[in-house]
Every structure is written in structure tokens, then in C-alpha cells.
Design a protein around this ligand. Sequence first.
Ligand SMILES: C[S@@+](CC[C@H](N)C(=O)[O-])C[C@H]1O[C@@H](n2cnc3c(N)ncnc32)[C@H](O)[C@@H]1O
Length: 315
Amino acid sequence: MSGSRSDSSHLPVMVTEVVEHLVTRPDGVYLDLTAGAGGHLRAFAEKSAGQARLYGLDRDQAAAAQATRNLRDLDQFRMIACSSYNRVDEVVGQFDDQTFDGILLDLGLSSTQLDDPGRGFSFRFDGPLDMRFDTESGGETAADLINRLSDGSLAEIIFKFGEERMAARLARAIVRERQKEMILTTARLSEIVRHTIRPPHQNKSLARVFQALRIAVNRELEQLSEVLPKVVALLNPDGRLAVISYHSLEDRIVKRFIQRQVKGCICPDGLAVCICGVKPSLKQITRRVLTPGAAEIESNPRSRSAKLRVAEKIG
Ligand SMILES: C[S@@+](CC[C@H](N)C(=O)[O-])C[C@H]1O[C@@H](n2cnc3c(N)ncnc32)[C@H](O)[C@@H]1O
């Protein structure tokens, strides 16, 4: 793993398993739609030969620049584009290659982002309640949502994306407190959560509230649903898709998408003969979901919730 570490603050997750299942051709063309610090791409370079070509995408300008810096010494490296992955079909026009032998989605956020107080992703530091991956988009920040949405909408976000049972109580507390003064910092939001939830559950609730807001701010689940069919269209025959998710809602979207593509036919149950003509477009490569081993979890605790699924485009 140390050979694949391209940045001191973000370790690529399940890198051995991803490389083993995704990099099947030494001269292949590979794309990480979530380039981050470029750790997975560097590992792809280590597995492949000089003729392989590597591309990346990241929605975060700072991450795209960092990945470019970290990878530019590699012969196989081509470019990192700065964009959301749900626009990948447009973005590949900038690349010398438009189809790929392997595409990775390593969802969520990097340690570099989590540990930067200025990004507002973590309740462990004080900073502005921002949480946008793309800080130049002009889109709404977490503070905008917290101070604008009704308590019903806030409760829905916290319950649905954070799976937090106390969502309604937390949303009421947020709305009550923002009437006194706008909630603009991670420290202020954390204080409200700590006043609402009793120990020993406070840290779990804080993590869930912050995760829920991040998912809502970045429309993460919609973007994931949008990108998956685009990825299949961009794969060469026998090309592979690998997705690492860190949240049950993400993993459910990936699992169901792969199941539908493996099945193909969309006829109603009970028909004796298929009339839709939809053929399978993927086959499963990993029969079951893969998770990190104990050694990886010990050396990189942030990998503990990772789930990896791999599928192959039918040639
Ligand atoms: C877990 S990190 C990826 C780490 C990377 N694979 C590595 O080896 O360093 C996730 C990255 O995905 C990016 N990201 C999140 N949502 C995105 C989106 N919709 N489009 C493109 N990049 C996105 C984040 O900015 C972050 O840098």
C-alpha cells in the first residue's frame, strides 16, 4: 500500500482489490471519476505497462490540481479534468481517449477534504458550514440549507441521508436556534446537536448530521444514479466498472443498478416469453460485495465502511 500512497493525508481505499479487478489489460485506458489525491491512479500505473493511459476527474478544483501534481511524473498519466462525474459523457471530449477499459468511482470525500477546517465537512474542527465539493459552482452551502429549509425538510434530509432516528428533534432544535442567530459554522451546529442529543450518542449523531448535509449539498445520490448508465456507455467491451461506496444508500443504488443491467429484460413478471428485447449489458465480477480486510481497517480506519462492487461490460 505504501507504494500507492501519493499524498500524505489520503490513503486510497481497497487499492489492492480495485487494481486486481479493474486493471485487466497492461496497455488499457483507465479513468478514476473521483481522482482525489490520485492514489488509485498511481496504483493503476504500477500495475500497467508504459502504453497504458490514465485519466481522472474530480469535482473539487483543489483535488483536481493536487492529483495532477501527484501524477505528472508518470508516463501513463494523461490528464485530470475538473467536473462532476455526472457530466462525464461531455467531459471525455477533452481527452485523447473517449472509451475506457476500466472506470472507478470511489465515492464520498477524501481525508484531505475532511481534515481541512475551511471546507466545513468535519464536526471535529471549527470552520464555515460550506461542504460543497465544488466551491466555485455558486451552489448552496450547508449553511444555506440549514438557515433556509423548513424543519420538515431538514428532518427528512437528516433522517434519509444520515439515518438518524432523532432527526425530527434535531431539525426542530436547528430551526429554534437559527431564529436567534443564523447558524454559520460547524462549531455552532455541533453545539446545537450536542445540546439536543445526550451522551454517549452525540458523536454518532454529529457524524450522521454532517454526512446527511454533505449528501444533500452535493446531490450525491442523484449524481450517482445519473453517472452509472453513462459509465456503461463509456466502457469498451469487457471493460470493467468498480464502485467503492461508504454509505448504505449509495451501495443500494449501485447494487440495484448492476442487478438490472445483469438481468437485462424489463418485461413484467409472469410473461412466458420476453417481449422487451432488453439484453444484459453487464456481468457480475465479484459475486458478493467486497470489504476491506482487518489489516487495512487497522492502518486506515476510514476504510471501515467501504464496499466494493465490480462488473464487466458484456462484449
Ligand atoms: C474518496 S475520494 C477519492 C480518492 C481517490 N480515489 C484517491 O485515490 O486519492 C472522493 C473524491 O471524489 C470527489 N467527488 C465527489 N463527488 C464528485 C462528483 N460528483 N464528481 C466528481 N468528483 C467527485 C471528491 O471531491 C473527492 O476528491
